[in-house]
Write a protein that binds this ligand. Structure first.
Ligand code: SF4
Ligand code: SF4
Length: 289
């Protein structure tokens, strides 16, 4: 997939590369088989070393499904410790068919991962960004997620579908029939400012299910396309998201408390520097270290 010619092009134009890689070979191949059933891991990672060396900014992005969940601990170690990628973003597939047993397995994996994150931070080799914990720690440090503060669809974020129509984000653009009422314009005729305002207003509404919850502002409830895809509304949160966030936020808090009390230099630099370093700065620093 990543040929030398493509790497030349990405380097020349300083592209930020987001590489879909769902973890180690087993996890990735379970999630991302080719049509003939064979796995895509070897194809994805074939020229990875060269890409990582020359890409302006590279992030590995994994989808966490019930199939790959049992491997997320090994997968995270593989991507970050073995492949050396310093920025790993993991997004749960909230539209997947998760069972209670899957979630119990995931919880066990997260507990192992919290130990790994702690040791990896204490080792202090370099900055790294591990979204599962770091995003929730950052939310606390910055005073909590608020509708619009992390995602401002209709005002600052747009996605263009293949046919030129403009939607609030890629998930809408990828489902243009379901998202027809969220159309914001067309590249040939421009934006419909009234629709943009309606979308923005809807996104800025309070997440009603979270009112009064101790974790309000700590959970990833701000993503309107995820909420829309799972509940039909921008400001309504799915039960699965709530269950997942209730599992991960306490682990992130425990880690943060430990590392804060230790005044761990990597942790403090990542989360408490006066000017918080952007993920891209973390990544560039990581690449060049
Ligand atoms: S735990 Fe559930 S109800 Fe509470 S803030 Fe998070 S998503 Fe909302
Ligand atoms: S994925 Fe969600 S949070 Fe991110 S830009 Fe799209 S709507 Fe906003």
């Amino acid at each position: 997939l990543i040929t030398p010619e493509i790497i030349d092009f990405l380097e020349k134009y300083k592209f930020t590369v987001e590489l879909s890689l769902d973890g180690n070979e087993i996890a990735n191949n379970l999630n991302r088989p080719f049509l003939d059933g064979t796995g895509s891991y070897k194809n994805i990672t074939k020229n990875l070393k060269e890409l990582y060396k020359r890409a302006h900014h590279l992030v590995a992005i994994a989808v966490l499904s019930p199939l790959s969940a049992p491997y997320i601990y090994e997968s995270s170690k593989h991507v970050m410790d073995e492949l050396g990628i310093k920025n790993f973003v993991i997004s749960m597939d909230y539209t997947g068919k998760w069972t209670e047993k899957d979630l119990m397995i995931l919880k066990e994996q997260y507990e192992l991962l919290s130990e790994w994150y702690l040791e990896k931070t204490r080792k202090g080799d370099s900055l790294f960004y591990y979204s599962l914990f770091d995003i929730h720690i950052a939310a606390h440090v910055r005073g909590g997620f608020k509708p619009g503060s992390f995602c401002d669809v209709g005002r600052n974020i747009y996605a263009v579908a293949e046919d030129g129509r403009i939607f609030p984000c890629v998930r809408f653009a990828g489902k243009p029939v379901k998202a027809a009422k969220y159309l914001l314009g067309d590249v040939r005729t421009g934006l419909n400012m009234r629709s943009c305002k309606e979308i923005s207003d809807e996104n800025l509404k309070e997440r009603t299910e979270c009112k009064g919850c101790a974790l309000d502002g700590r959970c990833i409830t701000y993503c309107p396309c995820l909420n829309w895809d799972t509940t039909g509304k921008f400001n309504s949160v799915s039960g699965l998201l709530c269950a997942h966030e209730s599992m991960i936020v306490p682990l992130a808090d425990k880690l943060a408390k430990t590392l804060y009390e230790e005044k761990d230099p990597v942790f403090m630099r990542k989360h408490y520097k006066k000017k918080i370093e952007k993920v891209s700065e973390l990544e560039i620093g990581g690449n060049n270290e």
